[in-house]
Design a binder for this molecule. Structure first.
Ligand code: R5P
Length: 308
């Protein structure tokens, strides 16, 4: 019998592994899913979405998946609809394979990971159960809001970070004495990682959010080190823009240079983008976990790395 030499065997086996995936792109993550499929040299199957007059989603797969299946469907607004669509695609995928990887680039509900005020429902816990029941055998998320949210999963769940990809963008800019700033103390580790990869310093502001009204205020006193320097405000997500707006206004009062806002997930609800620019932010840079005007950084390389 003819046997391949060892080096060719390894190459053949890894290419077999690469082509044994089918990537199913959900309606919220079609472009990202196509990129994942192309990097894995795998078959891509899209989905058709029909909306019934009452708002129900009807999903139809555009083909028959084979081998291990990767479902890519982000859970951004409309959050509940995109979640149900993810569950529907996963449950259909499960009919074709016992290995269904659910890639949820933006994991909605991750902020509801604990009971902050008495009586609040920890909905993240329910979401993890629903994903498992639908048929997901593994979960991959990108920069999940809290690691506590990830701990609710009882199936293997991996968080990957887009920070390296975001930093690559900033390395190409010619910033003046750059400083990385986290708008709150909770984001200090993220700011530290970002700054270390960029080879610059970092600071964190003190933010207070009223748990009932959602109102944000910056509590820090003066930060003299920002004067004349270009700043990169780093957060995991921008939702209403309240945190970035308050931080930018505070930093502008300290006579900083240009301000850039960098995040993984730019939800940019309502007129958030306009208010952020009005607060003095030169540019918002985000990733394609949520497609939009600011999502210029591709996270498919980190997703592929996590899977393969
Ligand atoms: C908070 O802990 C998060 O890291 C973000 O700062 C927050 O979710 C952003 O929300 P918003 O844009 O509404 O201030």
């Amino acid at each position: 019998m003819f046997t391949l030499p060892q080096n060719l065997r390894i190459a053949h086996e890894s290419s077999t592994l690469m082509t044994s995936f089918t990537v199913l792109g959900g309606p919220s993550s079609e472009q990202l899913a196509r990129k994942v499929a192309s990097k894995l040299n795998s078959k891509y199957i899209g989905c058709q979405l029909r909306l019934f007059p009452d708002g129900e989603s009807k999903i139809t797969l555009n083909g028959k998946p084979k081998g291990r299946i990767i479902v890519v469907q982000s859970v951004y607004p409309p959050v509940d609809s995109n979640l149900v669509r993810a569950l529907a695609i996963i449950s259909q995928a499960k009919k074709y394979s016992s290995h269904v990887y659910a890639v949820i680039p933006y994991m909605g509900y991750a902020r509801q990971d604990r009971e902050f005020l008495s009586g609040e429902v920890v909905t993240m816990s329910l979401v993890t159960k629903m994903l498992k029941t639908a048929g997901a055998s593994k979960i991959v998320v990108v920069d999940i809001h809290s690691m506590m949210a990830l701990k609710h999963f009882t199936i293997p769940a991996k968080n990957v970070s887009a920070i390296e990809e975001l930093v690559k963008y900033f390395k190409k800019l010619h910033l003046k004495d750059p400083l990385v700033v986290s708008p709150d103390m909770g984001g200090i580790e993220r700011a530290k990682n970002f700054a270390n990869l960029l080879g610059v310093d970092y600071i964190a502001l003190e933010k207070h959010r009223d748990r009932k009204t959602g109102e944000v205020a910056i509590k820090s006193s003066e930060h003299h080190e920002v004067r004349g320097r270009d700043l990169i405000l780093v957060d995991d997500m921008i939702s209403t823009g309240g945190s970035i707006v308050k931080a930018a206004e505070f930093l502008k009062r300290q006579k900083c240079g240009k301000i850039y806002a960098s995040c993984t997930h730019a939800l940019l609800i309502g007129d958030a983008e306009k208010r952020i620019r009005k607060a003095g932010v030169t540019k918002i840079i985000s990733t394609n976990t949520i497609p939009g005007k600011t999502s210029i950084i591709d996270v498919s390389p980190v997703i592929v790395k996590a899977i393969s």
